[in-house]
Design a protein around this ligand. Structure first.
Ligand SMILES: Nc1ncnc2c1ncn2[C@@H]1O[C@H](COP(=O)(O)OP(=O)(O)OP(=O)(O)O)[C@@H](O)[C@H]1O
Length: 272
């Protein structure tokens, strides 16, 4: 098994993959290409995602951010005609050669752009995944629901209405319940695809604060169009353009002293 969990400074041949770091690697992406039918959407992506950090994916519309995010838990497998080559190694295991996609999606959870709660109670939404995995004991479920809602910083707001419909919550509250639902599966990694784009500024701030707390326990990869958000909450930032990673580095470097003129043009608003 590849020993990628060692303390390491990653030195991949692709210059775009060099994020200077001493943290442990959680996800190691090598020469990843993805095609939708004939159309190539990702080109030789190499990225080294660190454990218990927030990694932001930025870039103009259509540059492949969401496509890349979805490769990390094989969500693209659900789309007809998708072909993937290259390697994604999570905790030493190549996720594209391993057969257990259900287990992968338990370890690598996902939160989408719009809150997508089920039309059922708050409690049942959070308990849904664990129940599907066979957890039946009420005490165990009660504890898991509480722990997950606390972890998503929404417990105090919903503890007296757990049995009421989750769809009665505000958008920002619903998104935090979505995060609780992801946490309830006890993942290691949480993927977030523009999780605040449908939220008002106050709810956005709450979710951003939550993300900053969650990185104590989880590895987070987030797609965002909001440059300030990437700068505020992420440790590393990858800039995508036309399906390629142009630059990947410490967030401060990307936003203050980027190496590539295209990164600078994008973050200063000259295109995109
Ligand atoms: N299901 C699909 N079938 C065919 N092509 C797709 C599909 N999903 C995305 N694409 C194409 O792949 C490219 C990358 O799209 P993707 O959604 O990953 O970009 P993005 O950077 O996340 O964009 P945005 O910021 O607008 O969400 C685009 O050209 C898009 O049209």
């Amino acid at each position: 098994m590849t020993t990628i969990l060692e303390e390491t400074t990653y030195a991949h041949t692709a210059p775009t993959a060099m994020a200077h770091t001493t943290k442990a690697t959680k996800i190691n992406v090598n020469n990843l290409n993805l095609f939708y039918g004939e159309k190539q959407a990702l080109f030789d992506v190499c990225l080294n995602i660190q454990e218990k950090e927030v990694t932001a994916l930025i870039g103009p519309s259509g540059c492949g951010k969401s496509t890349f995010l979805r490769t990390l838990n094989r969500m693209n497998d659900l789309i007809d005609g998708v072909k993937v080559s290259g390697e994604i190694v999570v905790d030493g295991e190549n996720i594209y050669t391993s057969q257990d996609v259900i287990k992968l999606r338990t370890r690598v959870g996902m939160v989408f752009q719009k809150p997508n709660l089920f039309p059922m109670s708050i409690y049942d939404n959070v308990a849904y995944g664990p129940r599907m995995q066979g957890v039946k004991n009420k005490k165990v479920l009660d504890a898991l629901v509480e722990e997950s809602l606390r972890g998503a910083a929404i417990w105090d707001e919903v503890k007296d209405r757990l049995k009421t419909s989750a769809l009665g919550l505000s958008g920002g509250q619903q998104q935090r319940v979505c995060i609780a639902r992801a946490i309830a599966m006890k993942p290691d990694v949480i993927l977030m695809d523009e999780p605040t784009s449908a939220l008002d500024p106050i709810s956005t701030l709450k979710v951003e604060e939550l993300i900053s707390q969650l990185k104590e326990d989880y590895t987070i990869v987030i797609v965002t169009h909001n440059m300030q958000q990437a700068a505020r909450i992420s440790d590393k930032t990858a800039f995508f353009l036309n399906g390629e990673v142009i630059e990947y580095d410490e967030t401060d470097i990307i936003f203050q002293t980027p190496n590539d003129a295209r990164t600078e043009d994008y973050i200063t608003g000259r295109f995109g």
